[in-house]
Design a protein around this ligand. Structure first.
Ligand code: B12
Ligand code: SF4
Length: 488
């Protein structure tokens, strides 16, 4: 059977483009089961998905179904894609983070072009789905866990698809199906934009036992499952030797949960000579599962840069609001050890968590200045459905988003308020912008580091656009924050 797996265009402000790895996993299992699959990622394609559908139909080799992935900010684009595919007669199946959290919404009467949604990890479910269609059976008759559908005007939601315990049992993602030259490098803000990098991502584990309130826990799951070191290394070898990766990004939620295993991966990369391609921890690693030795091993294994979720400089916010499960001392140690191992560092900081005040946000700025990472990424808190933070704001405040896409981070504006007499969305945006100015502009050493790099001048339009957004903003953003404050 012919199948398209598709991702809508990621319209986040960042110019970086990463492979949608989840679709790589699904393509791999479908291919293993004998199906003919393509991956269409609107972020890197020049033509709409209909070009592929029409061409296949013209060649009398039509696609039977389209499987579309979506995070919350991309769900409207996913609906658009489902509509045009449905108009051309394809069966439509939506899955991914947003559908795991809100499986029923897309089956409502406003979205008649969505036939099925899927909740959870779909490697087993999607094969059962395709096999049923191949046998001319209705997938809903097969009681596939995770599969949701509509019947006689009723929406049926099944239990979530069980998590896959043995990740080694899965084939490697179909990395070879991505048009890899069309993706950018992983961290253009630090390395300068390379629009034709061969940057792959890899997942050495799934799940995370922590409970940060801004995190979409139904997506990550609480149960951490690690692949064996041998299995990870075999995929890494394929990326380095088989697919000539120029860069690798580890995108686990928490790849270093088991410190000895993390060290073994590094030792094995060195032992097998796979340390020639640089790699980064794209989403950061958890500071409290590290020690000095880990960073030295990472450096030896080819790691170039590590990121850490620091979030807040205020210990009370960190412990009682965010529930990060880490202390400021652990943060300081991790930065110190990483720098001592000669790794570049990135820090992720959040402004405007519930209960944040001028004083707590000032502490966050102070901590960023003290840690002095190579890249400080200051983010405005954004509530996503399925998080504890979302529930808290529903109870105590207001989310300003009119549409799901408003929750992406491409606009510099507050996305919620809390009615507790101290939360001030206008102040949040002010402190957030101040953080960028004080970290990047008011320190001559920083400014010199930036302008002395060739990439600064090569990507000047992008640099100017980002600088304007971070440091200046525009009237609309300021008005939005004011409006947010007024409607609070
Ligand atoms: C890597 C990553 C990114 C990369 C994107 C890479 C890419 N092109 O996809 C970058 C850095 C760009 C990024 C950005 C953002 N991200 Co992000 N990201 C991740 C991360 C850490 C890993 C994703 C991954 O590869 N997972 C591994 C694969 C195997 O899982 P998967 O994609 O979910 O796929 C499985 C299932 O969902 C399902 N499935 C997926 N697609 C489909 C399709 C069909 C048809 C079916 C049947 C099933 C199915 O089956 C797959 C295999 O089991 C996740 C956390 C996580 N644990 O997933 C967050 C996560 C997806 N990101 C999140 C967020 C919030 C964002 C941003 C919105 C941040 C922001 N505020 O702007 C942006 C949005 C960008 C966008 N494209 O929408 C949230 C999503 C929450 C939500 N409600 O949607 C997550 C879950 C983090 C979290 N725990 O809160 N992200
Ligand atoms: S440590 Fe990371 S993945 Fe785990 S709950 Fe916190 S934010 Fe989510």
């Amino acid at each position: 059977m012919r199948i398209i797996l598709a991702s809508p265009e990621a319209k986040v402000w960042s110019s970086r483009k990463h492979i949608p790895l989840g679709l790589g996993y699904l393509a791999a299992v479908l291919r293993e089961a004998g199906h003919d699959v393509i991956i269409y990622d609107a972020s890197i394609e020049d033509v709409p998905v209909t070009s592929y559908i029409d061409k296949a139909a013209a060649e009398a080799k039509p696609y039977t179904f389209i499987g579309i992935t979506a995070t919350t900010p991309l769900i409207q684009d996913a609906w658009e894609m489902a509509k045009v595919a449905k108009d051309r007669g394809l069966i439509t199946l939506l899955g991914g983070p947003h559908l795991t959290i809100m499986p029923a919404e897309s089956l409502g009467p406003e979205h008649p072009y969505v036939d099925y949604t899927f909740k959870g990890e779909a490697e087993h479910g999607i094969v059962a789905f395709a096999d049923a269609l191949l046998k001319d059976e209705k997938p809903e008759d097969g009681a596939i866990p995770g599969l949701n559908y509509r019947h006689n005007g009723e929406i049926y939601i099944s239990p979530i698809s069980p998590i896959i315990e043995d990740l080694d049992s899965l084939p490697f993602p179909a990395h070879d199906l991505f048009k890899i030259d069309h993706y950018t490098n992983l961290q253009p803000l630090t390395d300068g934009l390379d629009p034709h990098a061969r940057s792959f991502t890899i997942l050495t584990s799934r799940g995370c036992p922590y409970q940060c309130i801004f995190c979409s826990k139904p997506v990550t799951g609480n149960t951490w499952r690690g692949r064996s070191v041998e299995n990870v290394i075999a995929e890494w070898r394929w990326l380095v030797e088989g697919l000539h990766a120029t860069e690798i990004g580890v995108t686990d939620d928490i790849w270093n949960l088991k410190l000895p295993r993390a060290k073994d991966i590094c030792r094995q990369l060195v032992a097998e000579g796979l340390n020639t391609v640089s790699w980064t921890t794209v989403h950061g690693m958890k500071v409290n599962h590290t020690d000095a030795e880990l960073f030295h091993l990472m450096k030896a294994a080819g790691a170039k840069r590590v990121g850490f979720g620091v979030e807040s400089g205020d210990p009370w916010i960190l412990r009682n609001v965010i529930r990060k499960g880490q202390t400021l001392d652990q943060v300081r140690n991790a930065f110190r050890w990483a720098k001592a191992a000669d790794l570049q560092t990135m820090g992720f900081f959040i402004f405007g968590m519930p209960r944040d005040t001028e004083e707590t946000m000032e502490k966050t700025i102070q901590l960023a200045l003290e840690l002095d990472p190579d890249l400080a990424n200051f983010m405005l808190a954004a509530p996503f459905p399925g998080t504890k933070m979302w529930d808290m704001i529903e109870e105590e405040g207001n989310v300003f988003a009119d549409e799901w896409s408003d929750l992406a981070i491409h606009d510099a504006k507050a996305s919620f308020t809390i009615d507790d007499d101290s939360y001030d969305p206008e102040l949040v945006v002010k402190k957030w912008r101040q953080a960028y100015r004080r970290f990047y502009l008011y320190r001559p050493k920083r400014v010199w580091e930036k302008v002395s790099k060739k990439s600064f001048w090569l990507d000047l339009p992008g640099t100017v656009a980002n600088a304007y957004r971070f440091f200046v903003g525009n009237d609309e953003q300021t008005a939005d924050a004011k409006h947010a404050a007024r409607t609070a």
